[in-house]
Design a protein around this ligand. Structure first.
Ligand SMILES: *Cc1c(COP(=O)(O)O)cnc(C)c1O
Length: 386
């Protein structure tokens, strides 16, 4: 299937269209559709939105207003710096900051009404001093051994006089993307126990994958991230979300190479046939990971196929090594008059799944999205209010 031409008005940002090597198209209507679908699945609770790492590379400044206008009023970021950027574009939103609280950052939290997610007695004491009665969240670690109070510490906190005013109790699943893992039930039952000690405040356990584990996991607020942006929720299962990001690279030159010649660094690819090669203007400096190379990288000894692009109705394989600024595709099977220098090859989007490229690179869609880099021309479509 050839993706339909993008006819909606576009809002360009970043590198100029004419001067960039690749372009990213971010479809805010699809993002909003994904959020609405996740919000509906979160009932009787509701869905927040996780917008850390610049909204998984999609842009806080565009993503947050689109979601807020659609009815999403709670956002999660990793860092206070990200929280301030959310605050700039969503003056009335609830903004939770996941990565703890440092003493010297506390004034920034209170000034911008950021809600710290507190995960140690020390952080609670810090907020008691600086935040006083301003809202905070309590993170309990139910088995991941990452951030959060132990269950015993959390229960002790709940049962004693409170020095701070929590509005949310949360925890995070280690194996949400593996529904058959016994770890999920185990974390759920610990979370339920801690929650009972906390009484009536809101609670939140599920990330994107957690929303699909069943009603028990929903509680009051879910915290989808990757699913909003169209990434795969459950490893290996059909993806129910729609792709939000289309990444494309521009063809610089199409060359004709002869069977038996090699292509690229390390002469890592020997051509098995006469080959037309489209040399394109993005590479690993744009986050198109070198490990997705067609050949000549360690991963190809265990996973035979490198990544594919898509142009003129066909999947075209990456050949040889992906380099810093250039990537080559085998376009021999694409009719010669169907493509020319200056055209774009889809790296991922409606025709090539983000997660397929990630798998070819030995990683996950999250890493690919958040690593896309600054050199793309970015355009936003949809969500007319912007
Ligand atoms: C990143 C993160 C999320 C979102 O996870 P996804 O898998 O992207 O949905 C939710 N909660 C916490 C604590 C996180 O760190």
């Amino acid at each position: 299937m050839i993706s339909p031409p993008l006819e909606q008005p576009v809002l360009p940002t970043g590198t100029d269209r004419l001067l960039a090597g690749g372009r990213l198209t971010i479809d805010l209507d699809t993002l909003v559709d994904n959020w609405k679908a996740l919000n509906a699945r979160s009932r009787p609770g509701r869905a927040a939105a996780v917008v850390k790492a610049d909204a998984y590379g999609c842009g806080i400044a565009q993503v947050v207003p689109a979601l807020f206008a659609a009815g999403c009023d709670s956002f999660f970021v990793a860092l206070p710096e990200e929280g301030l950027r959310v605050r700039d574009v969503a003056p009335r939103a609830r903004i939770f900051v996941l990565n703890g609280l440092f003493d010297d950052a506390a004034p920034a939290f209170t000034d911008a009404d950021l809600i710290p997610v507190l995960g140690s007695d020390h952080e609670i004491a810090t907020w008691a001093k600086h935040g006083r009665r301003k809202p905070c969240a309590i993170h309990v670690d139910t088995g991941m051994n990452r951030l959060g109070l132990t269950p015993d510490e959390a229960i002790a906190f709940a049962e004693n006089a409170k020095s701070v005013r929590p509005v949310l109790l949360m925890s995070h699943l280690a194996c949400g993307d593996t529904p058959e893992s016994g770890m999920n039930r185990q974390q759920l039952s610990i979370f339920q126990k801690v929650r009972a000690a906390f009484g009536e405040i809101e609670s939140s356990l599920a990330n994107s994958a957690g929303i699909f584990l069943g009603a028990d996991y929903l509680f009051d607020l879910t915290r989808p991230g990757i699913a909003l942006y169209g990434g795969e929720v459950v490893s290996g299962a059909a993806n129910p979300m729609k792709p939000v990001v289309t990444a494309e690279t521009r063809i610089v030159q199409i060359r004709h190479a002869v069977k038996g010649e090699t292509a690229g660094y390390g002469a890592a690819m020997t051509l098995a046939r006469d080959t037309r090669i489209a040399v394109c203007s993005t590479g690993y400096a744009d986050g198109y990971l070198r490990s997705a190379s067609g050949s000549g990288v360690p991963l190809r000894t265990t996973v035979t196929e490198g990544a594919h692009g898509f142009i003129a109705g066909r999947r075209v394989p990456v050949i040889g090594r992906i380099t810093m600024d250039l990537t080559s595709f085998d376009v021999t099977d694409v009719p010669e008059d169907a493509i020319k220098a200056g055209d774009h090859i889809e790296l991922f989007g409606p025709n090539i799944a983000l997660d397929d490229v990630a798998r070819a690179a030995g990683t996950i869609g999250y890493e690919l999205l958040t690593g896309l880099g600054r050199r793309y021309h970015r355009r936003y479509i949809g969500a007319e209010i912007l």
